[in-house]
Design a protein around this ligand. Structure first.
Ligand SMILES: *Cc1c(COP(=O)(O)O)cnc(C)c1O
Length: 398
């Protein structure tokens, strides 16, 4: 039984070509880029090349619009804290109810400890942003609007260009957490209205612990970390050279595999999704099936617990994730599914399958072979299922 990894929105396997490109920067070319000797200058050239590789993936106009960070979370935190300082007289943030905790937890902290007003724009039952509510939340007090490019749980893609335009109409900055979108959807930031964008290496086959922030030329950035002059004074600390080199190669590979992501990977995802819905009743896709990342499928199986599904799938060597925040010790459905008002009986049984170019047909076959039995077994044990055997989900949720 080969292990089946379908949890690529949580993290990806580092591409072996990325590992090979990184290795020399641990062993021979281990210098500090700031040093005056040869060890340092070799590293400086590698950093330059890596920055250009990432620039190409993003379609950014200048390579110095990229600021490396330690993670996607750091990029998100830097942006919001910076905007509150560089936009005098503006102390409000507009975001959404379905952002990653890297944005949401900071917003909640800012509300509580800094008296910042945060507008959480709602989404509809398919996870689509309420544009009218977003527009109304923007105003002369808005420092920044921050809306993710694509949602990590459902894959729903947001109309970031339109959202950036609306933010600019209100004189506010626009940032997007594109951690799930970079490498999966084409980008051309030089023709875009987006001011700032966050990304993370480990979501695109580069290592954990390296991220980046795109900051459009002319947009001011207050550093989160103060110290040395690295990253043109925008992020102090000695460069994570292997990580930066790895992210550069990962960016080049993402561009090479972009077409495959949109065709072969999307087709695998669609076959998995259709196959499951054909074989299993009382199940439906959550999120916007039309405007969605090519690799993500979030399916709610009614009247059972996602954790049960995960455990039984894990026994079969299949890894994916559920829509509940079981890590917090509770079995509350995720904030994303709650924001979409997915009924509790369904949200509890939501499973996220997230694929990548590493997946093959056999992976989908393996899930299709075991999943119907797993769901049947769990439903046979579920008091909710017994009492509502005939319940076919007739959704107001659609
Ligand atoms: C994973 C993720 C992050 C956090 O990135 P890290 O590099 O793990 O800090 C932020 N936003 C989204 C949408 C993510 O999926």
């Amino acid at each position: 039984m080969r292990p089946v990894y379908l949890d690529n929105n949580a993290t990806t396997r580092v591409d072996p070509r990325v590992v090979s490109a990184m290795t020399p920067f641990f062993t021979e070319q281990f210098g500090n880029a700031s040093s005056m000797h040869a060890f340092g200058s070799e590293v400086g050239a590698a950093l330059k090349r890596a920055r250009q590789q990432l620039q190409t993936l993003l379609g950014a106009e200048f390579d110095h619009e990229i600021v490396y960070t330690g993670s996607g979370t750091e990029a998100d935190n830097t942006v919001l804290l910076s905007a509150l300082e560089t936009q005098p007289g503006r102390d409000e943030i507009v975001t959404s109810t379905v952002e990653h905790p890297a944005v949401l937890a900071l917003c909640q902290w800012l509300q509580k400890n800094r008296g910042i007003k945060v507008h959480y724009t709602p989404v509809d039952s398919r996870g689509r942003l309420d544009i009218e509510a977003y527009r109304k939340a923007l105003g002369p007090k808005t420092a920044i609007a921050s809306i993710m490019w694509a949602n990590n749980e459902t894959g729903t893609i947001f109309p970031v260009e339109q959202l950036a335009d609306l933010a600019h109409d209100a004189g506010a900055l626009f940032h997007t957490d594109a951690v799930q979108a970079v490498g999966k959807v084409p980008m051309d930031l030089k023709t875009s209205e987006i001011d700032m964008l966050s990304l993370s290496g480990h979501k695109l086959h580069a290592p954990k612990g390296i991220g980046a922030l795109y900051v459009r030329r002319g947009v001011r950035l207050r550093p989160l970390l103060r110290g040395g002059h690295q990253e043109r004074g925008r992020r102090a600390s000695t460069e994570n050279v292997p990580g930066i080199v790895g992210l550069g190669v990962a960016a080049e590979l993402a561009l090479e595999h972009m077409h495959e992501e949109q065709t072969r990977v999307a087709a695998l995802r669609d076959r998995l999704e259709k196959g499951l819905l054909q074989r299993i009743g009382n199940a439906f896709v959550t999120g916007d099936a039309e405007n969605r990342l090519p690799n993500t499928s979030n399916i709610a199986f009614e009247f059972i617990e996602g954790e049960g599904i995960l455990l039984l799938l894990n026994k079969e060597g299949i890894a994916c994730s559920s829509g509940s925040a079981c890590t917090s010790g509770s079995l509350e459905p995720s904030h994303v599914l709650r924001a979409m008002k997915v009924p509790y009986t369904a949200a509890h049984g939501a499973i996220r399958f997230s694929l990548s170019r590493d997946n093959a047909d056999e992976d989908v076959d393996q899930v299709l072979a075991v999943m119907p039995e797993i769901v049947e077994k769990l439903r046979s044990l579920s008091p909710f299922w017994k009492s509502s055997e005939k319940a076919t989900f007739a959704p107001t949720y659609a």
